[in-house]
Design a protein around this ligand. Structure first.
Ligand code: FAD
Length: 370
């Protein structure tokens, strides 16, 4: 599988540069596998503690979930509050402020919406198929440009001494007193290994507790004019997601593009990596999403769609994301399985693993990786 030709469409986030270096054999105190938000966060905190850190990304930084997410910043996990994951939003806010990362983070809340025809709450001037849409409540959260946040964290990690590599797909993880990874023929050894590979985790660590992988989908409109925003009552509005089915989430970007997302196509990470979103089931999912958005309100009927894209998520079998040490390999850490609720949680997971490595802190029991 070629690493840098994921045909998952383009997202609307500002392009970013990552401070990458050519790959060579070597060793480090910690090797982090996966250049998404989990890996970048772990690498930043580990490197800040003065440990030699290598961050390996199979493809391009940002070309998986973290650079393709809608950037709704949500508290806790998709399964509610969990130990160690109850302060993800304020912790993220503080980190982004402390690191002075320019990523449009705004924490003004998030709407939970539903399709019920009765009940309280404000009705939005939308129809989702035959159903009205109602704001049920406003919860903690906000929005961010996720690619800018990822670049900020990864580049701060690099500034703190971490070495970032792209096109560096780990092909083997070798457990033992001095664990190592192989990137093709290149071997890298470390005291600790962090697996932050999201949907690819089961492929990289056979025998790991099951997570299922899926692509999930989103579209963005051209920037909306004032009358359109007024007609759909999103001026200013908050990001939103449904708490019932059919699922739908969305938000405005800084330049008032409307992003909306829904839909899942299941497969192994390898199968999903081969998907071309202009073909087959993916194309049909995106066509349905586009039609649904056009019907939400007459003001959106003829709106121009500028972006259609997909990205991978990992959904655990149980009721919680996984974080922990691999069974029988206390120096190999894993975090994954946040479903569509990982923008803030991934950064928390990276920080928790870093603390376990640096201070020997115990990890919360969300779900064991094995
Ligand atoms: C379309 C979409 C919308 C979403 N919207 C939201 C949202 O609004 N709010 C929210 O909270 N969450 C959302 N999510 C979920 C959120 O984006 C993810 O939970 C989070 O980004 C996961 O981060 P990660 O670092 O664990 O994974 P990723 O960002 O997927 O990073 C994993 C990285 O590991 C790399 N990798 C895999 N295998 C290897 C290997 N063998 N060697 C080296 N590298 C490897 C991959 O290439 C990838 O870059 C969304 C996800 C998608 C796809």
């Amino acid at each position: 599988m070629s690493d840098s030709i994921r045909r998952w469409g383009g997202q609307p986030w500002r392009p970013q540069r990552f401070a990458v270096q050519p790959l060579r054999a070597g060793s480090a105190d910690a090797i982090v596998v996966g250049g998404g938000l989990t890996g970048a966060s772990a690498a930043l905190f580990i490197a800040r503690a003065g440990m030699r850190t290598i961050l390996l990304e199979a493809g391009r930084f940002g070309d998986a979930a973290s650079g393709r997410t809608g950037g709704l910043v949500l508290e806790g996990t998709a399964w509610g509050a969990r130990e160690g994951a109850n302060q993800c939003v304020p912790d993220l806010q503080k980190l982004i402020a402390d690191e002075a990362i320019d990523c449009g983070l705004e924490i003004n809340g998030c709407w939970e919406i539903d399709h019920r025809k009765d009940g309280g709450g404000k009705r939005l001037p939308w129809r989702d198929g035959e159903f009205p849409i109602r704001i049920v409540r406003t919860v903690a959260g906000g929005i961010v440009d996720p690619l800018a946040m990822l670049a900020g964290l990864a580049n701060r990690a690099a500034a703190a001494g971490a070495i970032l590599h792209e096109d560096a797909r780990v092909t083997k993880v070798i457990a033992g007193e001095s664990p190592a990874v192989e990137v093709g023929r290149i071997r890298l050894a470390a005291r600790y290994i962090v697996i932050a590979a999201n949907a690819w985790t089961p492929a990289l660590v056979p025998g790991i507790r099951a997570t299922r992988a899926a692509l999930t989908y989103a579209i963005a409109t051209a920037p909306l004019e004032e009358p359109t925003l007024a007609a759909i009552d999103l001026n200013p509005g908050l990001p939103f997601y449904t708490v019932d089915l059919p699922y739908l989430w969305g938000r405005l970007t800084a330049d008032r593009q409307l992003i909306m997302g829904a839909g899942l196509v299941w497969g192994t990470a390898d199968e999903l990596e081969a998907v071309d979103i202009d073909e087959g089931e993916s194309r049909a999912v995106l066509d349905r999403l586009e039609a649904r958005v056009r019907l939400l309100n007459p003001a959106l009927a003829a709106v121009r769609i500028t972006h259609r894209w997909a990205g991978p998520i990992a959904i655990p079998d149980g009721q919680a994301p996984q974080i922990g040490r691999l069974a029988g390999a206390s120096n190999i850490f894993v975090a994954s399985g946040y479903a569509g609720h990982g923008v803030a949680l991934s950064v928390t997971a990276g920080r928790l693993i870093a603390r376990a490595i640096i201070e020997g802190a115990s990890l919360p029991r969300w779900a064991d990786p094995s």
